[in-house]
Write a protein that binds this ligand. Structure first.
Ligand code: CNA
Length: 282
């Protein structure tokens, strides 16, 4: 089955089958892989969208030739101001979860969320009712701070306060090592739970939703291959993900804004009232 592109959720027989199975409760263990596209509707730029992505902004507004430098560990050690400037500019506390975030939280309250692997660092999942147990922040998140050398935990609020005042916070045991949010920089290991929980995809999931990610970043982009071939995969994204063989070989592809498509899924499943009640309860 080739990857197909539809903008309405029941626009093809595979789409109708997916909605039917979801509505009837046939999927009991839904795993969700997410990326920066989930949070663009919250106002947080993704990295790679042309013109609106962070890399394009850094290139255009700051003349940075290699914008990924702000997430390079070796550069952070030498020049922490570069990353602290970004932290000062993007205050993640002022953003709110999107409809798509709440949808994942809603799946958890329905008891059908297996796991949400996210590449996002903004922590919006936790504010949308997704529990830490069901969440794997594969690239870390900004809700905690640590020393990248000894891994000692530091107070994230203090780090943010200092960043706002252009002050760098240093580790008290590792000389000259600046503290950073617990997000994974290039050159750092992914958290253990990324590896430990990947078996949930291969052993438990009967449905996989892949939302708002370009799947350009390794090793996260190797996760889809773990889904058994009988597991229904559904991609909801602005662009196709045909470079991933497991996806191009067998998945349903909804092209467009994830919030609009998720809204349609909720409507087709007749979950609107329950979903709105859930959202109001958070
Ligand atoms: P990316 O490479 O920027 O890709 C984003 C993808 O989402 C692209 O395919 C876009 O076409 C698509 N997209 C953007 N907006 C929407 C939308 N509203 N609806 C549907 N599709 C949309 O980002 P990835 O997550 O794939 O790359 C991984 C990086 C991005 C990770 O290291 C993250 O830490 C990092 N990141 C995270 C955030 C965040 O936490 N919100 C923000 C920016 C970057």
């Amino acid at each position: 089955k080739a990857c197909r592109s539809f903008s309405v959720v029941n626009g093809c027989s595979e789409g109708r089958e997916f909605i039917h199975n979801l509505k009837q409760g046939y999927y009991k263990q839904i795993s969700v892989l997410t990326g920066a596209g989930l949070s663009t509707n919250a106002g947080i730029p993704d990295y790679r969208s042309p013109d609106t992505g962070l890399y394009s902004i850094l290139e255009k507004e700051y003349g940075m030739k290699s914008p990924t430098d702000i997430f390079q560990l070796s550069i952070f050690y030498r020049n922490p101001q570069l990353f602290y400037g970004y932290l000062k500019k993007i205050n993640f506390d002022m953003f709110h979860p999107t409809l798509s975030h709440y949808f994942i939280g809603f799946l958890e309250t329905k008891g059908i969320l297996c796991v949400n692997f996210t590449q996002n660092i903004d922590g919006l999942e936790l504010r949308a009712g997704i529990s830490r147990e069901k969440l794997v922040t594969a690239h870390g998140d900004v809700t905690r701070a640590h020393c990248p050398s000894c891994d000692k935990e530091y107070d994230i609020e203090e780090l943010k306060r200092k960043a706002m005042n252009d002050q760098i916070m240093y580790c008290d045991t590792c000389p000259d090592v600046p503290i950073k949010p617990r997000i994974v920089f290039f050159g750092e290991m992914l958290p253990d739970e990324f590896h430990e929980k990947s078996s949930l995809l291969s052993e438990k999931s009967d449905c996989g939703l892949i939302i708002g990610t370009s799947l350009q970043v390794a090793p996260f982009n190797s996760l889809p291959i773990l889904f058994p071939t009988i597991t229904q995969l559904v991609v909801i994204n602005n662009e196709p993900l045909d470079h991933i063989p497991r996806i191009s070989a067998s998945s349903l592809y909804y092209k467009g804004n994830c919030d609009s498509i998720v809204q349609e899924i909720i409507k087709e499943c007749e979950w609107e009232k329950d979903f709105n009640d859930f959202r109001a309860s958070i």
